[in-house]
Design a protein around this ligand. Structure first.
Ligand code: UGA
Length: 457
């Protein structure tokens, strides 16, 4: 049995909360710190501020019996052996990551250090951040022997974050100190030794068996680069397949066949080759820009990444042109929209390509009836309900009397829609699918005008 470690997680956003819950599930004692009093109160009272599978179950199980919530960073830091910093690193105006929250937290932690601590960056941060954290702590008078700084990036996807954490492809531990490496290996021992999977107390329905993930011990700088390079590479894969999809459209080939043909090469791999309306979310757009900025600062133009961003922007514009080609004009038309979240399985609308498309429809004078299984409340805050913008209770209400139906998010439940009912409900049976959820030939047989991405109609 591995030894429990005392852990503080600073920041209760999606990385912090998921990490806190999963560390408790792995048998550690965790204190989760946030400076937002109302959030801490909500968490203490049993609320869960984000939509994430299995998180309510884990927090329900460990609240006050493994995980505690507090606004008191100084006490939490004093009592912890390992302190994970999981605060936001938003994009600043230059495209770089704004590290002011990390800076503030590092200073506050420094003021409470009275015994050896490992301070770990878990937020996505640019290379050299560990150096800055180290300097900030030293400037606050803490001697070198009392702390180490490490980098342990996360590769969690929203919606599947708990599974991604407990069944990771790899665990990256970046540190320049053997003592810190040993302590961090203890933290992850339940996963890396496989003991967690053998004696899993996992929530019913959650994956049980798994091969233990490999632990990659690297330098701190390498760990920081691994995170940025991974996200930039995945974004590049998406932009790449989107351009290939556009070529497929031009020659009348099917992108699904091409993507399968590419992805079965094990050197390339099948995942992240789904063509669509471009990537969104709180990570890829921000991280591609930040990584490009890092390389510029180092005197290198990472033009490949500028191109990835350009293709991503163009992909939305191209989809909009497709809608225009099907509808001719927009003013006075009623458009049904399925999906607002940046991807299925989440209520997150940050940088969602769906929202850009909805805004453009409204700008051009259409009336929109939108449905999303989870993201409507959040979207209402950005695009208020009005005579022109309506939020409806299900997909059929969105399609009701619409001149066309647009599919903008890959929710699983959209794949299971009753197509005969949709056909009957729409004013014209036109579906323009930005996520390739249906088979074009089957849709044609059912009498739809069906346009998708990179596939012959
Ligand atoms: C992404 C990474 O996948 C995670 O590994 C990483 O930890 C996380 O960012 C982060 O840095 O925190 P996430 O933003 O949750 O995770 O979403 P993804 O599932 O990666 O999807 C990102 C966007 O790409 C979505 O808009 C999705 O619809 C789009 N996408 C994804 C495609 O258009 N095609 C694909 O084949 C895959």
């Amino acid at each position: 049995m591995s030894k429990p470690v005392s852990i503080a997680v600073v920041g209760s956003g999606y990385v912090g909360l998921v990490a806190a819950a999963c560390f408790a599930e792995m048998g550690h004692r965790v204190v989760c710190v946030d400076n937002d009093e109302s959030k801490v109160k909500m968490l203490r009272e049993g609320g869960v501020p984000i939509h994430e599978d299995y998180l309510p179950e884990l927090l329900g199980r460990y609240r006050n019996q493994g995980v505690e919530f507090t606004t008191d960073l100084s006490t939490a830091a004093k009592e912890a052996q390992v302190i994970f910093i999981a605060v936001g690193t938003p994009q600043s105006q230059t495209g770089s990551a704004d590290l002011s929250y990390v800076d503030a937290v590092a200073s506050e932690i420094a003021r409470s250090i009275d015994s050896y601590k490992v301070i770990v960056e878990k937020s996505t941060v640019p290379v050299y951040t560990n150096e800055w954290v180290r300097r900030v702590i030293e400037r606050n008078g803490v001697s070198k022997e009392l702390f180490d700084v490490a980098s342990n990036p996360e590769f969690l996807r929203e919606g599947t974050a708990v599974i991604d954490f407990l069944h990771a492809d790899r665990i990256v531990l970046g540190t320049d100190s053997e003592k810190a490496a040993a302590l961090l290996q203890e933290v992850y021992a339940p996963l890396s030794s496989g003991s967690y999977y053998r004696s899993s107390t996992a929530v019913p329905g959650m994956r049980g068996e798994s091969d233990p993930p490999p632990v990659l011990l690297t330098s701190t700088k390498a760990a920081e680069l691994i995170k940025h390079a991974s996200n930039a590479f995945l974004a590049m894969k998406i932009s790449f397949i989107n351009v290939v999809a556009n070529i497929c459209e031009a020659v009348g080939a099917d992108i699904e066949e091409v993507a399968k043909g590419i992805g079965t090469d094990t050197r390339i791999g099948p995942r992240f080759l789904s063509a669509g309306i471009g990537y969104g979310g709180s990570c890829f757009p921000k991280d591609v820009a930040a990584f490009r900025y890092v390389s510029e600062q180092l005197g290198m133009e990472f033009e490949l990444l500028s191109e990835v961003e350009k293709i991503n922007t163009e992909q939305k514009a191209r989809f909009f042109r497709k809608v225009r080609s099907a509808l001719w004009t927009f003013r006075g038309k009623r458009i049904g929209v399925l999906g607002l979240a940046f991807k299925g399985g989440t209520d997150d609308i940050r940088e969602s390509p769906a929202l850009d498309i909805v805004k453009q429809l409204l700008h051009e004078g259409s009336t929109v009836s939108a449905f999303d299984p989870a993201a409507m409340d959040r979207t209402r805050e950005v695009i208020p309900e009005s005579a022109q913008m309506r939020y409806v209770g299900d997909a059929y209400a969105a399609a009701n009397e619409a001149d066309a139906l647009l599919i903008l998010t890959d929710w699983q439940e959209f794949r299971e829609l009753d197509l005969a009912r949709l056909h009957y409900t729409l004013r014209y049976p036109i579906i323009i699918d930005g996520r390739n959820l249906f088979e074009p030939s089957a849709m044609a047989e059912r009498g739809f005008t069906y346009l998708s991405v990179g596939r012959p109609p």
